[in-house]
Each structure stands twice: as structure tokens, then as C-alpha cells.
Design a protein around this ligand. Sequence first.
Ligand code: NAD
Length: 250
Amino acid sequence: MGLLEGKFAVITGAASPRGLGKSMAQMFAAQGATVAILDLDPAAARAAAADIGPGHIGLACNVVDKEACDKAVATLVESWGRVDILVNNAGITQPLKIMDIAPANYDAVLDVNLRGTLYMSQALIPHMRANKSGSIVNISSVSAQRGGGIFGGPHYSAAKAGVLGLTKAMARELAPDNVRVNAVCPGFIATDITAGKLTPEMHASVLAGIPMGRAGEASDVAGCALFLASSLSAYVTGSEVDVNGGSLIH
Ligand code: NAD
């Protein structure tokens, strides 16, 4: 019997083939969950859903668009009847120094990482509250905790620190309705989020700062998200769980 048998899970930004969200979708499905993959491109979302097995759903949803979030959730609630798990995983990053952050950079990074987490949560909270059950997992970053130092600029650190604050405040407010909210803080994980912009020098210096001596795998983060999504973590809420190979020990 899987850890998520009979559960319905929504994962945003999960179409990226080597990404954290896709790995979570695979792991959740292997544990018995039915999964909806939400991402910008409808064909990519559908392909990713088909790739993890039959019965899963791929939908277009730009998490910055509140109406789109509400619409995607309405579609899912209509076909599933319930949603048990939300992973706010969609995110973007940019390697900028403080004085190079233009208004458009700030808007893009804060919007996808932080506003998107708020909008998707707001879309699902009424359903979770009505069911008196739910687990929301927000993907923050070690950059929030240690002030960058990997790839993302200060606006990324700020957005991910905002995700931590939002997580904790939501956890407090939703706990009486048995909706748990937790954050995962990944360190340096081998995915395509750096879009080829990580130079060999940057790569070497990041690795030098990781006591475990390797980049994380997407599955390292997915395992932690699975724990927080499942009833193994039934009494865990408002926490931030580090998955960073020791790159921040605090
Ligand atoms: P990725 O780029 O592989 O995947 C991110 C996905 O989000 C993509 O499929 C993209 O299309 C989607 N997306 C972007 N904007 C969106 C929007 N507005 N609406 C819906 N989907 C959108 O990145 P990843 O490394 O898998 O990152 C996943 C999450 O983990 C992000 O929140 C990222 O900030 C966080 N994170 C990653 C690392 C790392 O080292 N890879 C470290 C810490 C935190």
C-alpha cells in the first residue's frame, strides 16, 4: 500500500523533464496518488502527465494569473471531487546583482515564486478547509536562508524568504482546519532552472561549499516533499525542511 493511496495531488511547474516537480509527480504517483501537472505550456503539461502513467492530468496554468489558478482547480475538483495535496513548485530565478535588478526582473521573480504560491493556495484552501484535510508544500530555497550565494540574485532570495513567511502564516491560520503547510528548502540541485547560465567556475565554487560534495538530485527533494505530503508528517506544520547536502547547517 502506497503512502499516498487514494490521494489527489496538484503540482505546479511540474512539466520540466529534469525538474523537481516532475520527480515529485513520479514519486507521488508511484505511492498511489493521482497527480495533476500544471505548467505554462499545455502540451508539455499533458506529455509530462502521460509520462508518469495513465489517469494523471496535465493542465496549462500560469500561477501568476489568479483566474487561471481558480479555473484549473475548478476543473480538477469537478473531475476528482477533492484535492488533498498542493505542491507550489513553479519558480524562476535570475543571476543578478542588487543594482542590476530592474523593475521587470523584480516583478517576474517575485510574481512566479511568491504571488503564484499565494494564488494557487487561495484556489485550493476552500476545498481543503471544507474537507478538514490537506497538505500544502511550498518550495523555497537555501537562498532564502543564507542570502543567495548559489545562482539567484537578491530578488530571488527575497521571493523565497517571502515563501517561508507565507508558509508559516498559512500554517498557523489553517491548522485548526487540519490543513498543514510546510516548506522545503533545496540547496543546489541538478535541474535546468539555471538554463545553461551556470559557468564551470560557479559550479565548482558551489560544490566546494557542500559538505556532501555533490549536487542534489531531483529525487532528493521529491522524497522530502513526499514525506510532507503524506501522513508520515501528520503533526508537522509550519516547518522548513532543508535538503541541501549540508551546505547550510543551522
Ligand atoms: P525548472 O526550471 O526545471 O522547473 C520549473 C518549472 O516551472 C518549469 O517547468 C516552468 O515552465 C514552470 N514555470 C515557470 N513559470 C511558471 C508559471 N508562471 N506558472 C506555472 N509554471 C511555471 O526548475 P526546478 O529546478 O525544478 O525548480 C523547481 C522549484 O525549486 C522552483 O521553485 C525553484 O526556485 C526551486 N529550487 C530549485 C533549486 C535548484 O537547485 N534546482 C534550488 C532551490 C529551489
